[in-house]
Design a protein around this ligand. Sequence first.
Ligand code: BES
Ligand code: ZN
Length: 873
Amino acid sequence: MNDAAPNAAPQTFYLKDYKPFGYEVESVKLTFQLSPNATKVHSAIRFTPKADAEDNRFFLHGEQLSLISAKIDGTPVTARLVDGGLECDVPRTSFLWEAEVEIDPAANTALEGLYMSNGMYCTQCEAEGFRKITYYPDRPDVMSTFTVRIEGDEPVMLSNGNPTGAGEGWAEWHDPWPKPAYLFALVAGDLVNHPGSFTTKSGKDVELNIWVRPGDEGKCAFGMEALKKSMKWDEDVYGLEYDLDLFNIVAVDDFNMGAMENKGLNIFNSSCVLASPETSTDANFERIEAIIAHEYFHNWTGNRITCRDWFQLCLKEGLTVFRDAQFTADMRSEPVKRIEDVIALRARQFPEDGGPLAHPPRPEEFQEINNFYTATVYEKGAEVIGMLKRLVGDDNYYKALNLYFERHDGQACTIEDWLKVFEDATGRDLSQFKLWYSQAGTPRVKVTEDYADGTYTLTFEQSTPPTPGQPEKAPRVIPMAVGLLSPNGDEAMSTKILEISQEKQSFEFQCTVEGWRLKDCEGPERISGAPHSKPVPSILREFSAPVILERETTNSERAFLLAHDTDPFNRWEAGNALAKEVRVAMVLDGAAPDAAYLDALEKLVRDDEQDPAFRALVLSPPSQSDIAQTLHERGHTPDPQKIYDAAETFTQTLAQQLETSLPRLYAATTVEGPYVPDADGAGKRALNGRILSLLTRLDGGEQAARQYASADNMTQQYAALAALMKAEKGEAQSKAFFEQWQDDRLVMDKWFALQIACAAPEATAATAKELTQHPLFSMKNPNRFRAVMGALAGNHAGFHHASGAGYQLLAENLIALDSVNPQTTARMCAAFQTWKRYDSERQAQIQAELERILATSGLSRDTHEMVSRMLSA
Ligand code: BES
Ligand code: ZN
């Protein structure tokens, strides 16, 4: 079922049009009579007109509902069904609205509203899914208390809040916290629970449960521990306590997103909660810990304080991503988490910001809000908070956050409210800083240096290229973390935050008896004319702002920073920049892999003093799409096949260079003993996996085959399989893997994806196509669809193969998926967003595919918006 009439002119919503709803919703009572194809929902809602309302129209959202009856204060009324909902004449005083509707959960493949997954009922209401359950003012600024009665024969029937009664065939729930409808949830099915408990800092006992399908009980323990750690961490770091007696998590197999923070009843994609050593990799464990934390943290940043409207989405998502990143940094390694996040930001957000889909963290218009759960809203939204914290300092940050919770608890807020607490807590004017919320595009910061008479000067020039609808950009406030190193490798000035606010700005440093300091700052006395040599700058430490740094520097300076920088992020960054330079030279000039760089890598890999996780990161090449992006930024047209060839040559040369040390390194980094999914072990296994993949290029796959045969955990089994398949030596193991895991949906997703990820460029589309014909492929399960089509889009040289077969296959499958699941279709369309990077032939091929999608009759509003934006920019 599609949300829009066939290709009807789509409606656009604007931030500037915000108007409060004309009625208070005092209370909501819902009764569900569950039945797969004909569920009845009875609602009883008390409305009170607002005395000061500028608009008294009584409009309730509703989509795909069959209205059976409506009453006001017990008397039947006739409502007018209008586009997207209903209108009704209502009294001028408080009244009780009652409606009965029928819905069809079993036919709901869009997975929004009430739907069925493996025979189990579940809901997904964010952002605008509640209107598919009953008629309601489905907007986040309408908050109310919910009482829910569920009637049905499911063994377990859950909703938000606390249970208030249950009997044969029914269960009742009450949530005392007023909430917007998007946080409503209902789950019913044959479920078993993994129980736990937590005592809050004020001594309240909270019952915890993870509900799963029978058979999955053994995959809950890790998630439960993650939940307890999250609850404790939020108390310790933010002083925030949980506010109900019960916290439920449910795992469902068919889910569009990762997880959802419904009040007291979080619903998770099973891939984001179920974990066991045998079936999950280290990366899975880390992600599960983070996402459980994320959804739990929403209880305060999202649920208690929610968004006034969906334009403010980053108010809850940016902040909660920022908080879950802090949590992961505390639980694991701070620098490793930062490096991983920056890699992800560059891979997902920078292309968005530099392409046709560019929008600011707080967009000002949309057609379908589901299309704005983006890397910009989430990851850039979190970066903006990180900048704010750097600018005001830690103490002020927590002071402002305390004020935020105190002032806005129970409210639906805006970015203005958020910035105001920082202004009030610190006395700082944030009007220029606010541009980060309204301007799209990644700023470029050009850095030049000057050294004369003992004074060292850094000059920064910022500019942001135009983005769709925003031709001109104003200079922003950029916190630039800078340190200086002496040529001997000592830190000569520890990290300072330089505040850039102008288009062009210089900062002077002087040498003192104790090293370097900012001119005109308090500090040790300056030595004039002292024989200091020019320091080496370490700029944008910790990646202190989401910008692209442009600076002319040498590979030897990069190698120096890779060896000596005291900031771990910038040490990695230097290695990463070097790796990119080497690749770019290989692609553009056919150069051989740079010998000095290979030597530096070898030295680092063999240095057992260094953190294995860090060594693994330095050893991980920049992605091919990142190289394409870099070439594009420098005015070249990337050739995906050449980029692929350079990557292959480089890795093969590196393997040969390391040949004699690989067996020793492999042995030294192998983690013995029972598998524990902790950060230390994960770091070692990551390095071990990198080494195995290099070794497999040289030993014909012997070691990898041994590891595959003996592995007792998925991390090592998968690493061995990946190494073998990449070397085209994994056919037997791939078969064995299938035999072993064919009944485990989540492991099978890995099997589907890996074959496509490892395929050679010319074979990628064919491999993916064949897998879409596999009996276990399904359009109805988003995880499976993403495993195949996401892997296709993620295989850079394969997706962009000159034949155009990759583009064609993706387009065909998106067209087929659109009528099943518009939300997932629209999100996956973004695979085409970088299309203007490539040569005219590829552009023509992609354009034809995009036009083919757009011409599909009955195309969803979701996909229509995404494709038109990509075509029109
Ligand atoms: N509120 C979202 C889930 C959501 C997004 C529901 C869009 C409906 C539409 C949830 O808190 C979330 O952000 N989940 C992320 C994972 C998180 C760790 C960033 C997700 O599902 O990917
Ligand atoms: Zn979230």
